[in-house]
Design a protein around this ligand. Structure first.
Ligand code: 6PG
Length: 238
């Protein structure tokens, strides 16, 4: 009689639906992303009275945040979160929250209590606990923006690092991309979004893109929203 091994009964992780878009210029990827963000905001506010967006960190999204600085939007109904941040002082130039504020958020009229920085200055354990409380009760995100690291990481979900998916925000130790201590929103919470856009630019991401498209389980593949993910690329080939 066939033995039913546990593996046969264990639930399979959801597989990722991905749609790939290759842009010829940086301006094209920026303008398309800007239009997509504003359209998602209009739809969310019209239908649900609020727009919740989760920002990517790193350098790639900076040019898009600079376009948002000058955009016309119903800012009063925007709610801004971050997908990760580095455990550094609030005024450290490496903080993702500071980059978003100086590039965009300080220049528009989103109510201060609707901009939710990750309190990474508290340290990864206390900061993650605090952010998990912030996210508790936040409904499905409308739009999550994510970057891609050269090793295939996204947010602060790094290769060979298990993530506690029972919490919405979790501490990260020994991150290979400095600083070692970070806080990340979990893959399961990042996947709870109507739309997800990955922003991937530069030849340095080519290996990660190749692995991703060849079915290698890089951390970016952990993001599995029902409606799939859109991968916006510039400067990589496929
Ligand atoms: C971080 C980011 C990280 C980033 C990628 C890509 O805190 O570093 O959240 O996931 O998005 O490393 O970074 P670049 O956009 O700078 O290439």
């Amino acid at each position: 009689m066939m033995q039913n091994t546990n593996q046969e009964n264990s639930p399979k992780p959801p597989c990722q639906i991905s749609r790939w878009h290759n842009f010829e210029t940086q301006d094209a990827i920026n303008q398309t992303t800007l239009k997509r963000i504003l359209a998602a905001a209009n739809e969310a506010i019209a239908n649900r009275g609020r727009f919740s967006i989760v920002l990517a960190g790193g350098s790639t999204p900076k040019s898009i945040y600079a376009l948002l600085k000058d955009a016309k939007a119903d800012w009063a109904n925007w709610h801004v979160y971050h997908n990760d941040d580095r455990c550094l002082p609030v005024d450290n130039s490496e903080r993702n929250s500071l980059m978003a504020r100086t590039t965009w958020l300080n220049h528009v009229s989103i109510p201060a209590n609707q901009i939710h920085d990750i309190p990474a200055e508290l340290g990864n354990i206390e900061g993650a606990k605090a952010y998990a409380k912030t996210l508790a009760g936040v409904p499905t995100f409308d739009l999550v923006l994510l970057g891609l690291g050269e090793d295939g990481h996204t947010a602060s979900l790094f290769p060979n690092q298990a993530v506690d998916n029972s919490a919405d925000a979790v501490p990260v130790f020994d991150a290979p991309k400095p600083p070692a201590d970070r806080i990340t929103v979990s893959q399961q919470r990042l996947s709870n979004s109507r739309e997800v856009i990955f922003l991937v630019t530069g030849a340095g991401k080519q290996d990660a893109v190749n692995h991703w498209r060849n079915g290698v389980a890089i951390p970016a593949t952990l993001i599995t929203p029902e409606n799939g993910v859109d991968v916006y690329c510039y400067g990589v080939t496929f």
